[in-house]
Write a new protein. Structure first.
Length: 168
């Protein structure tokens, strides 16, 4: 019993401090931002401008790997049951209030919860068991295909602006 309580406390504390968890459902593992609230991790996605949640089905089971916030290494893994929250319920409202506070770079600000209710899914990942024994090796995988881009061609005038000599 004591070991179980320590495991639950470790899952909660590590997951709270990590802004990103790796979640593996039926497909490959994906990095997801989340919020810890009311004894579970909550994620939002599958809508325009939000993170994809493939392989996370209501009533399913997933494996969550928590990383260290400072070093990025794996700390522990835990198994979770997935439950989709229904918009308009007390539980959904509480989870969305927490998620809204942590959502970075949202375009619609105060209208975000309404958009999430119409177009997205909010999932509760409730811990079932945990382990601190992690698999050997890096578990590195080829990045998943995505429409996201991080680089565009440099504008033609930029080198001239950056490297011109200042006149006195």
């Amino acid at each position: 019993m004591t070991e179980e309580l320590l495991g639950s406390a470790l899952v909660e504390e590590a997951t709270k401090k990590s802004g990103l968890v790796w979640v593996r459902g039926t497909g490959p593992a994906r990095a997801l931002w989340h919020v810890w609230h009311d004894g579970a991790a909550h994620v939002v996605g599958d809508g325009p401008g939000e993170q994809p949640l493939p392989g996370l089905a209501d009533g399913g089971t997933v494996e969550v790997t928590v990383r260290s916030k400072d070093k990025g290494g794996r700390l522990l893994a835990w198994t979770a049951s997935v439950r989709e929250l229904s918009p308009g319920t007390e539980e959904w409202d509480a989870a969305v209030a927490e998620l809204k506070g942590k959502r970075l770079n949202a375009l619609d600000g105060e209208a975000m919860p309404g958009r999430w209710a119409r177009e997205c899914r909010v999932l509760r990942l409730e811990p079932r068991s945990s382990t601190t024994e992690l698999p050997d090796g890096s578990l590195a995988a080829v990045p998943l295909p995505s429409e996201a881009t991080t680089r565009r061609p440099v504008p033609a005038a930029l080198p001239k602006l950056l490297f011109r000599k200042r006149r006195k």
